[in-house]
Design a binder for this molecule. Structure first.
Ligand code: PLP
Length: 395
């Protein structure tokens, strides 16, 4: 008996495979510097853990509603009104098992066989894979370094066809750390004004922006408001990767269908987890934990970007969001894959092959700087050594 055809082209996450290899080398006693996982190195803030324990003690252990508890849905609406100036009705919020499952819910709710989904290139792989599972066709649009990782509106115009059902946006983006400007999004809004399609906006990194950059949700652009489905979660900003909690905010006209579908897909997120997530949002201003982590990321980013740009063979743009640097390695003469192996074997530095995020990622490595300042400093010293070794080898 064979599994369904739609699973044929699926592959194990290359990031997880690389990380497993690093753990293996560590177990053999090698000193490794790991910049592979998109996982904050901070513990979940204490006030959130305490809220979870309290919720369990208070009996938040029964079946929750498929969409989440009323308090959770209200907290999400309050957050978007307070921080993003966007008003939603709690009925528009559906809790999910992380942003990853939010993506699964959204794509499997909209994509039919043969539908085209426009996906950034480079981009974290879930959207491409889920589109394939749905029988849809992923179509890449380029976010290029020389274009400051903005959408090329001319290219986008040519890619939108009668089959385009959805455009995925991710700002700040994984793996490039790029953010889309308001002007860029307004340009996109003019292209899709009279089109019957959905904008799926992955906003999981929206709290992590730097240099005073204010994140812009496409839902804040009037003509995109009714077309935009927001995906967000707690893994990154609140350092809650293991809690598996996120959400979708859907335009009201799709709410009922998504609600029913969510019931079959996950039948609700544990109420004690939702209670902790509710407190995370409502009490954040008391503890300032997101801002504390954001500042630490900014400091690490500044250090690492400066060190990379001092080298001859590596370079990078200053990323304005998330916790990734997309390092250009074209001057090394290696492919991205070769460069990953070379840095791993010879210097103990683990970074991710940019090409696994799409064709535009060839010539780059993704660095997750959600690592301690100490390991960042040591790895940068090793990167300088690698750079000097390349020069000595005549490169
Ligand atoms: C852009 C993006 N969306 C979604 C996710 C999934 O996040 P979660 O842990 O909430 O499932 C990630 C995780 O790395 C991500 O980078």
């Amino acid at each position: 008996m064979k599994t369904a055809d739609r699973l044929e082209s699926l592959e194990m996450s290359k990031i997880r495979m690389l990380s497993a290899k690093v753990f293996e080398l560590q177990a053999q006693g090698r000193e490794m510097y790991m910049f592979t996982l998109g996982q904050p190195d901070f513990p979940t803030p204490k006030y959130i853990c305490e809220a979870c324990k309290k919720a369990i003690d208070e009996g938040y252990t029964t079946y929750p509603d498929y969409s989440g508890t009323p308090a959770f849905r209200q907290a999400v609406c309050d957050k978007y009104e307070r921080e993003n100036g966007l008003k939603f009705d709690p009925i528009q919020v559906i809790s999910t098992c992380g942003a990853a499952q939010a993506a699964y819910l959204v794509l499997t709710s909209f994509i039919n066989d043969g539908d085209e989904v426009l996906i950034p290139d480079p981009m974290y792989g879930i959207y491409k894979n889920i589109t394939t599972i749905c029988g849809g066709t992923p179509v890449a649009y380029s976010l290029k370094e020389e274009n400051d990782f903005q959408i090329d509106l001319e290219q986008m115009k040519n890619l939108i066809t009668d089959k385009t059902k959805m455009i995925v946006l991710c700002s700040p983006n994984n793996p490039i750390g790029g953010v889309l400007t308001k002007e860029n999004l307004e340009g996109l809004s003019r292209l899709v004004e009279d089109k019957d399609l959905i904008i799926c906006s992955d906003e999981i990194y929206e709290r992590l922006t730097y240099d005073g950059f204010e994140p812009v949700s496409p839902a804040s652009i009037p003509s995109l408001r009714d077309k935009t489905i927001i995906i967000n979660g707690f893994s990154k900003a609140f350092s809650m990767t293991g809690w598996r909690v996120g959400y979708v905010i859907t335009p009201i006209q799709y709410q009922e269908k998504l609600y029913i579908h969510a019931g079959f897909q996950i039948s609700g997120i544990p109420a004690f987890v939702l209670e902790a997530a509710t407190v995370a949002l409502n009490d954040e201003s008391k503890y300032n934990s997101v801002e504390t982590m954001r500042r630490a990321f900014e400091e690490r980013r500044d250090y690492m970007v400066a060190e990379i740009n001092k080298t001859k063979h590596f370079s990078c743009k200053v990323p304005k969001g998330a916790f990734y640097i997309f390092m250009n390695i074209t001057k090394t003469g290696f492919t991205s894959e070769e460069c990953v192996d070379w840095l791993l074997e010879n210097y103990g530095i683990a970074m991710v092959n940019g090409a696994i995020f799409g064709n535009e990622g060839e010539g780059f490595l993704r660095i997750s700087y959600a690592a301690s300042m100490d390991s960042i400093k040591k790895a940068c010293a090793l990167l300088h050594k690698a750079d000097a070794d390349l020069t000595a080898a005549g490169k």
